[in-house]
Each structure stands twice: as C-alpha cells, then as structure tokens.
Design a protein around this ligand. Sequence first.
Ligand code: UT7
Length: 326
Amino acid sequence: MVAVLRSVIRGVGAHLPKRIVSNEDLSKIVDTSDAWIQERSGIVNRHIADETEKTSDLGAAAAKQALVRAGIDPIDIDLIVCATATPDRTFPATAVRIQSMLGVTKGAAFDVQAVCSGFVYGLTIADNFLKTGQSKRALVIGAETFSRILDWSDRSTCVLFGDGAGAVVLEAQPQHGTRNDRGILATRLRSDGRYEDLLYVDGGAGSTKTVGHLRMNGREVFRHAIQKISGVIEETLVETGYAADEIDLFIPHQANKRILDGIAKKLGVAPEKIVMTLHKHGNTSAASIPLALNEAFEAHRVKEGSLILMEAMGGGFTWGAVLARW
Ligand code: UT7
C-alpha cells in the first residue's frame, strides 16, 4: 500500500560560463592578493558570465542537462522554480523565461528570492507541491549572475562571488513513509529580517529604481553562520532520527571554507564527506548547492541510497537545510 508521496531527485545538471577569473587577475583591479583570498575564504577561481550570457541562459543550460540525465521530456514538467537574486529582468520571472526556452507550456513557473538560501527554499517549496500531489515533476534551478551586482572597486566583496547555475529534476514517487525512503526526507527554512543590513543590495526597482550593488559586513555574517546553519541541520536530523555520522554527503552552500569546516566539525561530519567547489566557483549564491551536487554526481560520489544533507545561509538573513536520499 502506498503511504506517502516523496520528491525523488531524478537528475542533476549544471552550467558555468566559460571565462575563468583567478585571484591573480583580481589583484590587478583591487588591492588584494591570492594569499589573502585563499587564506580567508578558500576561493581560487570563479567563472564570470560574458555580456551576452544572462541568468536564464545559465539556468536553462543546467536544466536541460538535468532533464537529459533524468530521462524526462521537458513537456512532462509541470513546475519550475528558479532561485535567483539576479533575474534577467525585474519581471517576468526568470523561471518563466526558462520555461519558454525549454518549450514547456503547462503547469506553473516562478522565481524564489532567498539569495544564497534560494536553492534550499526552492527545493522545499517544490517538495510541498509534489508531496501534496499538486505537481508531478518539478525543475528546481539555482541560477545567478552575481558579477552584475558586484561593486568591482570593493575588495571586501568582489573577490568572493561568481556566476553559474545548477538544477535538479524532482518527481513525486510513492514511498513507504519511513526514513529509508528515497527522496526529500526533511526540510527546514528560517529567516530573520533583523539582520537585513548585514548583507544586502543597495538598490532596487521599488526604492532607488536601480539594480544596486551587493554590500556585506563579512565578519558579522561569519559570526552568525555556523550557529544558525548547525541549528537547522540538527532539526532535520532529529526529525528523521539520523545521526550526523550517518550522512553520506554534506553539500553546503559554498561561501567560505572556514564556515564549511566549522559546521562539519561542530556536527561531527567527516571531512571526506564534504563536497567543496568553492575553490573553483567562488560563492555562486543560489547556484552553489546544485553546482556542488552536480560535481559530486559527476565524480560518482552520489549513489542510489546516498543520504545527502544540503544547507545554506544568505541575505535576510535566510537559512535552511534539506535532508534527502538519492
Ligand atoms: O553567501 C552568503 C553568506 N556570506 C558569507 O557567509 C560570508 C561570511 N564572511 C566571510 O566569509 C569572511 O568574513 C570574509 C571572507 C568576507 C572576510 O574574512 P575575515 O577574516 O572576516 O576578514 P575581515 O572582513 O575581518 O577583514 C580583515 C582585513 C581587513 O583589514 P583590517 O581592518 O584588519 O586592516 C580588511 O580591510 O582584511 C582586509 N580585507 C582584504 N585584504 C585583502 C578585506 N578584503 C580584502 C581583500 N584583500 N580582498
């Protein structure tokens, strides 16, 4: 007898702009060094979109790869959620643009704005559509062109971010309703607007009528990150009854190597279980988790039955965690 519907991950894909910008390249435009960037953040390179590449181009390319790997025709997708803080336009939603690029005409498509936590928010929203039977197959995309909102004269932020996209295809499948099921097992979302001035963009359609630039008090964001993220992770573990050492793959938002190592240490996750792409991609905001998941998939680190923990924190603050079995 069918007990529950779960959102099973059927495929993953990613797309990065071709142009790679190194720490060395950045040291020619701002007063920084490869040594400082690596020591403080762990970042070495990042991909930067050229003028012709939009967020939707990156997102659609990632989605196409995920669909091919899932063996699912785009016309069978009935929900597209695109997590992005750098939409092509203020409206329509980038998800709707991607919907048309994929030739999808049914179901619903919309953007989610939770900055770096966007992919975790998007997964949680899609999971709720799927497990209630409202949609059958969803694309959840994290796509960003953060290079467009960086102040390239501000060394404290411009060295940290990059562009890219990743996507997963989720399908509602009947499961037994136990923690051994495949699919999304537990999700937690949090936000707290009291911290909005620690990480924000200083413009917007409804205020300055400009796009604005990213501003961050990195030291303060860092101070909150480990505690807040560990809290939601622990909640997903308590809900499912798993211990941290039972996690097969830890796929965190890629903001800072010191944060990732700190969370893994606090929780007791072995270092070899952490998927780290930060050195190659920088912080790609909503794209960083699906990019890392894709990298783990391509390296054959993801196997059927793998227990995967994803987590993120970003502007707002927003934060959250998703525990899923591949
Ligand atoms: O994805 C959303 C969430 N975001 C995050 O999680 C980011 C969290 N924060 C961080 O990752 C770290 O705070 C940073 C990597 C942003 C900065 O590292 P930090 O160890 O907190 O450095 P800091 O901001 O305290 O700056 C230390 C020094 C300062 O100089 P003084 O005041 O000590 O003289 C900065 O002016 O480093 C200076 N600095 C730089 N020096 C060389 C700041 N940026 C640079 C730079 N190159 N690019």
